[in-house]
Design a protein around this ligand. Structure first.
Ligand code: HEM
Length: 101
């Protein structure tokens, strides 16, 4: 199993807009092969941090999605400063060493 989190740094005034956009992503991600879980998280301590959490059957499934049209379509607005709600992002990837249940 494989976990990838994209930590987005988002100006306070754009958080609601981004949350709304990501609320539609749950449906999109439910059709992606190998994607077990998708969450959009608000950090409790850092106001400007919102995290895209994804859990995968395998690293290969994640890599396939990165190459897919679904990923490209979801990130079309990248670089377009008017539509781009996130200021910067930081990617964290983990292999799952242990899982309960
Ligand atoms: C390279 C810089 C990246 C930036 C700045 C970024 C930012 C964004 C933004 C703003 C959206 C919302 C698009 C919209 O619906 O309007 C989005 C969608 C998404 N991003 Fe990224 N992203 C990046 C790369 C990644 C990576 C590497 C992952 C891997 C976990 C990821 C995970 C997701 C997911 C799961 C969605 C929802 C996809 C969907 O609705 O089909 N992003 N990203």
């Amino acid at each position: 199993m494989y976990v990838v989190m994209n930590e987005l740094h988002v100006p306070s005034e754009r958080k609601a807009v981004l949350t709304e956009r990501f609320s539609r992503s749950a449906e999109n991600m439910s059709h992606v092969p190998g994607c077990i879980e998708f969450l959009f998280l608000d950090n409790e301590n850092e106001d400007g941090k919102q995290v895209v959490f994804t859990k995968w059957e395998s690293k290969k499934d994640y890599e396939n999605w990165l190459e897919s049209d679904a990923f490209k379509n979801a990130h079309k607005q990248k670089g377009n400063s008017e539509k781009q709600a996130a200021q910067t992002n930081e990617l964290q990837a983990y292999t799952v060493a242990h899982q309960s249940s």
